[in-house]
Structures are given as structure tokens and as C-alpha cells.
Design a protein around this ligand. Structure first.
Ligand SMILES: Cc1cc2nc3c(=O)[nH]c(=O)nc-3n(C[C@H](O)[C@H](O)[C@H](O)COP(=O)(O)OP(=O)(O)OC[C@H]3O[C@@H](n4cnc5c(N)ncnc54)[C@H](O)[C@@H]3O)c2cc1C
Length: 280
């Protein structure tokens, strides 16, 4: 079950530096929530990029001064959206998310409007099939890219894999894919004829579900390709974006390179790109 609270943004008062007003909060599990906020009129970003967001920290016991407590967050909304969306972990003793998880509509967050990142179309050479590999909150940049028309214009097939421990942790991604497939406005925007290009491949590592296992194992033992009817990957056709823990990213890089794919960057587009979903 999820809870949602909308708000009238007209009543919000700007007080923080780079303040934006939260408009909606959804709690997905006791470890995950998403929220939407106002978007600075001047903020331009490429779908898949991240920004620094946060709250004011506790007052210094001596001086009473407060400093912003900021963390990197992928923008989960697409670049055309009027608002911004974020998908967040709740770390119980985490300096930021122990507070951020209690944010309410009408309250403010700090948002530094300097988007950066490697999970962008510009960092990949043209290809036929685009793979998004996500674990946990690593789904966030792909929530943005999956709602970007360019993703479907540039590729013949788009595959998103999402791996979490439990089924409930897949819900944000599952709902988003369902929304893309069924919402009239999304169909118009992405092209109704393009929706068949999208394949969603969720897996769990702990709770029993239809597809279980780490995505690295499912790639290495061929299960993923067998399930999708695909003969492996090739630098001629396949492009990939990866967003997970450091360990997952390292393992996936090795697998992608075993197929001959090379890592790209904004300044040097190639076959795949990687970004950490978190540090530590
Ligand atoms: C490029 C980049 C993009 C990021 N995008 C997002 C995002 O879209 N959503 C998001 O929730 N976080 C994201 N993060 C992580 C985020 O910056 C913070 O680490 C997170 O919000 C927790 O902050 P904190 O101050 O509560 O705890 P921190 O002190 O930052 O983290 C404490 C510990 O919690 C664990 N942890 C932190 N973040 C996560 C996570 N997302 N999933 C699982 N474990 C985690 C790690 O073990 C970490 O050492 C991103 C990080 C990077 C580098």
C-alpha cells in the first residue's frame, strides 16, 4: 500500500537558498519513498542526470549556524516535466534521509540547479537495442529516460531490468512501466507504435517471485537472453546504461566488456555507461 498527499504550491513561502517546494510524497515501503517538487524555471537538464539536493542541517551547537546537508540524487522525472521527481532510500541513521523521509507536501528542500551525469544518450554511440540495468534506487535515472521520447526514437528495442531484494521494492518501477504502457498522454508523447519496443524484466534476490536471481548471474548463465529470445550482446547493436552499487557496477562492466562493449563518456561516446546509485 502507498500513501499520497498532494498540496497547493501557491501557499508555500520561499525561505531556504535554492528552495523548491515539495508537492507530493509517496511512501512505497519502509525503506523507499518518492517525492515531487517544483522545478526552477531556469533548470535545464538531460534525462538521466543527477543534482545535489538536501535540507538545512542541525544548528552548530556553538554558533547556532545551519549549513545545507546535500546529497547526489538522480532526477527521476523526464526533462519535459514541469515538476521534478526523486526516488529515495530511507537510511535510518543517514544524515540526510533520516530527515528527508519525513518531508511533507508544502515543505521545502534545497536543490542546487547544476545537473551532471553519464547516464545520458549523448554518452552512447547510435545502436539498435538499449539496455537499462538497475538495482534498488538505481531505477531513478531510468524512470527519467523511460519517459523521454528520444529513448524510443533512437532505438528499436528498450529493455529495463530492475533487481531488488523484495517484490514490494519493485513497485515504483512496476507502476511507472504500467503508466507508460497505459496512460494516453504517455502513448501520445512516446508514440503509441513505440510502446511495444519496451521490455520490463524485474527480478528479486530474496523474496520468492516470478523471476529470481541477481542480474549478473542471469546474464552469465544465459537465462536473461533465453527469457527474452536474444542471442547475447554485440557492440554493433547493443548499448547499455548501468546504475547500481559499486559491486554491481564492477561486475556488470566486466560482463559487458566480455561481449566487446566499451565504456563511454559525455566527451567520448561508446557502447555503455555506468553510474553509482550510492557511495559505500
Ligand atoms: C550519482 C549519485 C546519484 C544518487 N542518486 C540517488 C537517488 O536517486 N536516490 C537515492 O535514494 N540515493 C541516491 N544516491 C545516494 C544519495 O546521495 C545518499 O547517499 C542517500 O540519499 C543517503 O543519504 P544519507 O545522508 O541519509 O546517508 P549517507 O551517509 O549518504 O549514506 C549512508 C549509507 O547508506 C547506504 N545508502 C546510501 N544511499 C543508498 C541507496 N540509494 N540505496 C541503498 N543504500 C544506500 C550506503 O551504504 C551509505 O554508505 C546517489 C548517489 C550518487 C553518488
Amino acid at each position: 500500500m502507498t500513501e499520497q498527499t498532494p498540496v497547493n504550491t501557491q501557499t508555500a513561502v520561499k525561505a531556504l537558498p535554492d528552495a523548491q517546494t515539495v508537492t507530493e510524497v509517496t511512501h512505497w515501503t519502509d525503506r523507499l519513498f518518492s517525492f515531487r517538487c517544483t522545478r526552477p524555471a531556469s533548470l535545464r537538464f538531460r534525462s538521466g542526470e543527477f543534482v545535489m539536493i538536501g535540507l538545512m542541517g542541525d544548528p552548530d551547537p556553538k554558533t547556532g549556524k545551519q549549513k545545507p546537508l546535500l546529497r547526489a540524487y538522480s532526477i527521476a522525472s523526464p526533462s519535459w516535466d514541469d515538476e521534478l521527481e526523486f526516488y529515495s532510500i530511507k537510511v535510518q541513521d543517514g544524515p540526510l534521509t533520516s530527515k528527508l523521509q519525513h518531508i511533507q507536501p508544502g515543505e521545502q528542500i534545497i536543490l542546487r540547479p547544476k545537473p551532471v551525469g553519464t547516464l545520458v544518450h549523448d554518452a552512447l554511440l547510435p545502436g539498435k537495442r538499449l539496455w537499462f540495468f538497475a538495482t534498488g534506487t538505481g531505477f531513478a535515472p531510468f524512470a527519467s529516460l523511460l519517459r523521454d521520447p528520444q529513448t524510443f526514437e533512437d532505438y528499436e528495442q528498450v529493455i529495463i531490468t530492475h533487481t531488488c531484494r523484495d517484490v514490494a521494492e519493485l513497485e515504483y518501477g512496476r507502476r511507472l512501466v504500467e503508466h507508460i504502457r497505459t496512460d494516453e498522454m504517455m502513448g501520445e508523447l512516446l508514440g503509441q507504435e513505440n510502446l511495444g519496443k519496451l521490455t520490463y524484466y524485474p527480478t528479486t534476490t530474496r523474496e520468492e517471485s516470478l523471476r529470481m536471481g541477481r542480474i549478473t548471474t542471469l546474464l552469465e548463465d544465459g537465462t536473461l537472453f533465453a527469457d527474452l529470445g536474444i542471442d547475447g550482446m554485440s557492440p554493433d547493436t547493443d548499448r547499455a546504461m548501468v546504475c547500481g552499487s559499486l559491486g554491481l557496477n564492477t561486475d556488470l562492466k566486466a560482463i559487458l566488456e566480455s561481449f566487446g562493449l566499451e565504456e563511454g563518456a559525455n566527451s567520448d561516446p561508446k557502447h555503455y555507461v555506468v553510474e553509482k546509485a550510492f557511495v559505500g
